[in-house]
Write a protein that binds this ligand. Sequence first.
Ligand code: SF4
Length: 228
Amino acid sequence: MKIDTSEGTLLLDALQENGYHVPTLCHVEGLVPRGACRVCSVKIGNRLQTACTTPVNDGMEVITQDDELDALRKQIVEMMLAEGNHFCPFCEISGQCELQELAYQFGITISNYPYLFQDRDVEASHPKLLKDHNRCILCKRCIRLIKDEEGKRIFAFSKRGSKLSIQIDTELAKNMSDELANEAIACCPVGAMLPRNKAFQVPIGKRKYDNISHNNSTENLRENNGEK
Ligand code: SF4
């Protein structure tokens, strides 16, 4: 299928504008992309590239979905599930979680990677936010999006390697408005950023992904993307 867009548009945006579905866990419209999650990887020629960081060129040929890409995306989701502590039945945002939804799309019931069961904490020092490090997939959405009135980032990476985590700048966050705290909660694709003193505000059964059928999900997407 052919699509028209202006040269330089980022491929993921161009595809979405033209009705193609390419999954992503780190992309936020309007923010500089970072290619952090790799879930939007597509094939351009013989190479895999992240659609969110690749500008469109005239005549570019792109495969957005095939068996290899499905397998790659499934592996990435499985790795995330094994790396963190994701216990969906106990999670506040089960049914609204983008990682869980992708796991359903790919028919994942258990990860093929060894579960690390890392010892991670829940940070509860902030008056408005709870930060559950067990569920963080390090997508950087909060780092890129949430800034104070002077444009300073409120979240940042801390430590390295398997200890890498997102920390809140307690000084800057002291004056965080309710609106900004809600924005931080809403930007998180998983249940790693939660409001304090509130839970299960949307009843189970009425959550974003509750009524989606996942029968042959990836095949349906391929058909919708004209790649079958
Ligand atoms: S807290 Fe949420 S938004 Fe921030 S990096 Fe972790 S998963 Fe992404």
